[in-house]
Design a protein around this ligand. Structure first.
Ligand SMILES: Cc1cc2nc3c(=O)[nH]c(=O)nc-3n(C[C@H](O)[C@H](O)[C@H](O)COP(=O)(O)OP(=O)(O)OC[C@H]3O[C@@H](n4cnc5c(N)ncnc54)[C@H](O)[C@@H]3O)c2cc1C
Length: 540
């Protein structure tokens, strides 16, 4: 079942994605349409916050508190309707976006007049065996927290480990990717691990090995040759071992596997490459280049009037440098301004603006109060570059309150030792436990099938509407499962499940259930048999 938010006389602008592209578009649209109550702006993002990614590497070391690099979207865009949901489908022909179920398992359909696609990219580990299972990615706030916790965990283990080989692999940290995020991650990680190791009685910081793998022959290829060489020498001096012309090919529980077949034992592998196309975008009928939506220099998606795309997920012609605009925050923010203006112009019958932007400069933090930067062609490195890096990003961080918090974090980081507390966050999403009271509904007929259930305690009734009257088809008790039919047939729920008394259930989410079906021989057959049996029972 799905609920619909139909088009009203108001103009509906729907933005997908709450990163730099989506949030800044909403902010600019709010400014343009502040006196236009007839224009409704809706932003759909799977979190209710915006992540300031350039500062993310500093979360690893704890020099910035995790919640200070994020900003509540509601505060940044107070006039925008925020739907904290997963976008599940985009129908460009019908002009409808479908979002995931919330508490109630119903999909929501949102109609639009203008659609702005800013969904970014996803890590694509599919071509490298084992990366999905064993590599840590570094893109959002959860990744940063997970990586920090993981690093502390291996340090705790290494401190009490007697097996020398295992201990060596626990103290080896591999980062793959010598671009901006790989270099900054390796630098922060190196600083943090070496400083933290001093607080463990049986660890010597000299035992720590941080390795940066890079497929090219110099790191930070986006910057000039001598700036890259400076970064290389500095990281090398700080103990980061950089391996050039080295490609990661896969991973196992024991460590990284290189293209040459060489195995590098390690318990930590961070992969900052490769970002792949977003699966939703891969399924769109519009034209794409390298998995990104092809747009013209006004951000219009050809053949789909009213659809716009920007940011990392779009292939935007770069009229200054040729090729396409680079996938950076610096560009996404400028693109957002142009998209907002062009939407307004297209509503008012005005002329659309062509996007022209030439990068002001780039910088990369190298940890330990050091950075490299190239601003308006001037090359800067060392503490001056670090100071400029911090000033620029601090100024760009949205919201005065976040600026204050980050400023305080940086000050405390100068005088306090590293925080080595591991925040235990693990809460399995694979298996959920729920309790229902007498008469409560687990799900309703027509709902979206999002999981399969196993009764641990109590009983439930399977109820179906027949001629407008509810009819009890069956009563299920502890040890029996339900909800499998909608998942196996990809159809809405065909019955309502109602708790008879107090009921405890375990539930497995759709994706995990599909994984089990794929890998557990015979399981699909068992469920198919159960489904046939139940269908027969219902028909009798
Ligand atoms: C560690 C790191 C450091 C970086 N440092 C810099 C830097 O110093 N300077 C610079 O210019 N750039 C930097 N970048 C690059 C920059 O952050 C990106 O170019 C920028 O974030 C792109 O913005 P975007 O909005 O296009 O995509 P994203 O920021 O990826 O935003 C996409 C949004 O869409 C949401 N989303 C995706 N799928 C769905 C779905 N199905 N349903 C609902 N929501 C969904 C995501 O959760 C996300 O919020 C860095 C990137 C990283 C990872």
């Amino acid at each position: 079942m799905s609920t619909s938010i139909a088009r009203t006389p108001q103009k509906q602008i729907v933005i997908l994605g709450g990163g730099f592209a989506g949030v800044y578009t909403a902010m600019y649209l709010e400014k343009i349409f502040r006196r236009h109550p007839d224009v409704e702006i809706t932003l759909i993002n799977n979190a209710n916050y915006f992540v300031f990614q350039p500062m993310l590497p500093e979360v690893i070391s704890g020099s910035i508190e995790i919640q200070h690099v994020i900003n509540p979207i509601r505060r940044l865009c107070p006039r925008t309707n925020l739907h904290m949901r997963e976008v599940q489908a985009i129908d460009l022909d019908r002009k409808v976006v479908t979002t995931s179920p919330g508490f109630r398992p119903t999909l929501q359909r949102i109609e639009y007049d203008h659609l702005v696609i800013g969904l970014g990219t996803v890590m694509n580990f599919s071509r490298m065996p084992g990366l999905q299972q064993h590599a840590l990615q570094f893109k959002n706030i959860g990744d940063a927290l997970h990586l920090r916790n993981h690093i502390i965990h291996v340090l705790e283990e290494a401190d009490i480990e007697k097996d020398e080989d295992l201990r060596r692999s626990q103290l080896t940290f591999i980062v793959a990717g010598g671009g901006f995020s790989g270099v900054e991650t390796a630098a922060e990680l190196n600083d943090f691990v070496r400083a933290a190791a001093r607080h463990y009685r049986h660890l010597d910081p000299n035992e720590v090995r941080v390795v940066l793998l890079h497929s090219g022959d110099r790191i930070l290829p986006e910057l000039s040759y001598d700036v890259g060489v400076f970064a290389y020498r500095l990281l090398q001096k700080r103990g980061v071992h950089i391996r050039f012309n080295t490609r990661l090919a896969g991973a196992t529980a024991e460590g990284a596997i290189l293209e040459t077949g060489e195995k590098m034992p390690a318990k930590t592998l961070v992969a900052t490459v490769p970002a792949g196309p977003h699966p939703l975008i891969a399924g769109l009928p519009c034209q794409k280049v390298q998995g990104r939506i092809l747009v013209n220099d006004r951000f219009e998606v050809p053949d789909y009037p009213g659809v716009w795309a920007l940011g990392d997920c779009a292939w935007i012609p770069d009229s200054c440098e040729g090729g396409s605009c680079p996938p950076t925050a610096q560009y996404a923010v400028r693109e957002a301004k142009c998209v907002a203006r062009n939407i307004a112009a297209s509503m008012n019958g005005g002329e659309l603006k062509r996007f022209r932007f030439s990068s002001i400069g780039m910088s990369a933090a190298l940890g330990h109060r050091s950075a490299v930067a190239e601003i308006l062609g001037v090359k800067i490195w060392g503490i001056l570059a670090w100071f400029i890096w911090r000033t620029i990003y601090w100024a760009k961080l949205p919201g005065i309150e976040r600026k204050l918090r980050v400023g305080v974090d940086w000050f405390l980081d100068l005088i306090l030792p590293p925080d080595i507390v591991q925040i235990k966050t693990a809460r399995s999403r694979t298996l959920n436990q729920e309790h229902f009271g007498p008469g409560e509904i687990v799900f309703r007929e027509g709902d979206h099938g999002d999981r399969v259930y196993l009764i641990v305690k109590g009983e439930v009734d399977v109820v179906q509407e027949s001629g407008g009257r509810p009819q009890i088809l069956a009563r299920l008790c502890a040890g029996e499962c339900f909800g499998e039919m909608a998942l196996l047939t990809d159809a809405p729920r065909n019955a309502t499940i109602r708790a008879v008394g107090d009921v405890d259930v375990l539930s497995v989410y759709r994706e995990d259930f599909q994984t089990l079906l794929m890998h557990l021989p015979g399981l699909r057959q068992i469920f198919n048999n159960l489904m046939t049996q139940r269908k027969r029972g219902a028909a009798d």
